[in-house]
Design a binder for this molecule. Structure first.
Ligand SMILES: Nc1ncnc2c1ncn2[C@@H]1O[C@H](COP(=O)(O)OP(=O)(O)O)[C@@H](O)[C@H]1O
Ligand SMILES: [Mg+2]
Ligand SMILES: [Zn+2]
Length: 318
């Protein structure tokens, strides 16, 4: 856990040092030359990959949405294709895609909305009249699972869908994970560009957790686990306390799976849960960049010089 006042050097340490170490690793082992801004390092060889889970958008086109990003929509399409109604009609999984021709509404191309270009005004999106916003053509919408068609499924929230698909663990498990990070209110089919930075970051976290699980089951007979390093900057931005608790849980799960998680965080409820804190300071800019205190939260909370200590003390109720 990296703590410290704004401008003290947390992001620089995370991105210019730690991430650079891993991104340069391939190069440096080949050239035996390192141009990194620090000296000797160790332990990095036991890490398989380094991921920076940032708040950048997860998809630039409206063709991507939470359900497609975590791949849960593949399982939903496969489920629909297996229904008797679909088999009679000869519909396969691609029929239920809104990204390819065949099953989708031809007028809005599966968006459920059409772009309205107006002279002198920015273009806006309006409800598609042909499919009534349901994104598919009438024949595709005739196929239903528990009385819901594929368009209605995409309009469900993650909370609704995880209950609706309870009997299908391949679908409900990733949805439950998303709900656990406080994303239960998002619609399955919400276009990715409309997601906030924090929402995008949490979807990325979930997708990493899911990847870890499938890898684990594939290599369960290998003696060494695949360990990743996750660098996460301020994951609690925009979250309520209740959701912060759930996010902490998700971070713990990553660690329990054997991964290393480095988090920059101002929220002391999160810092208090860390195994190890590096407090950077003492001031911002040139007066920063030093390690002021380090150790388990209880130890850092007792540090005399750390500006973080008093707040950490409160969070730990010391
Ligand atoms: N490329 C850069 N050139 C000059 N100064 C920089 C650069 N990147 C960061 N800084 C400065 O280094 C200090 C630490 O920045 P940063 O690591 O982003 O702090 P934090 O993440 O702790 O808020 C700040 O004073 C910032 O202005
Ligand atoms: Mg920063
Ligand atoms: Zn349409």
């Amino acid at each position: 856990m990296l703590t410290g006042i704004s401008g003290s050097g947390k992001s620089s340490l995370m991105h210019s040092c730690i991430a650079a170490l891993f991104h340069n690793q391939a190069k440096t082992t080949r050239t035996k030359k390192s141009n990194l801004p620090f000296g000797k390092t160790s332990g990095e060889k036991s890490i398989k990959a380094c991921y920076e889970v940032d708040q950048s958008p997860i998809g630039k086109t409206s063709r991507s949405c939470p359900a497609t990003y975590v791949k849960v929509f593949d399982h939903i399409r496969a489920l629909f294709a297996q229904l008797p109604d679909a088999r009679i009609r000869g519909f396969d999984a691609s029929r239920f895609s809104f990204n390819t021709d065949g099953g989708r509404c031809p007028d809005c191309k599966g968006n459920g909305r059409v772009k309205l270009e107006m002279d002198f005004l920015p273009s806006t999106w309006v409800h598609c009249e042909s499919c009534n916003g349901e994104r598919y053509n009438p024949a595709t919408l005739e196929v239903t699972f528990r009385q819901k068609n594929i368009g209605q499924v995409l309009a469900m929230t993650i909370d609704e869908a995880s209950a609706f698909f309870e009997s299908q663990p391949r679908i409900s498990a990733p949805l439950k994970l998303m709900a656990d990070t406080g994303l239960g209110y998002l619609q399955l089919g919400q276009p990715s560009p409309t997601l906030s930075g924090g929402e995008a970051q949490r979807i990325k976290l979930v997708s990493e957790l899911i990847k870890g699980r499938s890898l684990k089951s594939q290599i369960s007979n290998l003696s060494f686990p695949i360990k990743n390093l996750y660098l996460i900057e301020e994951p609690t931005v925009g979250l309520h306390l209740e959701d912060i608790k759930r996010l902490i849980d998700v971070l713990h799960r990553l660690v329990d799976e054997g991964h290393t998680v480095v988090v920059i965080e101002h929220h002391m409820a999160v810092a208090a849960e860390a195994d190890w804190i590096l407090d950077i300071g003492p001031e911002a800019g040139d007066a920063g960049g030093q390690i002021i205190a380090q150790g388990p939260p209880e130890k850092v909370a007792k540090s005399k010089n750390s500006r973080t200590a008093p707040f950490l003390k409160l969070a730990l109720r010391l």
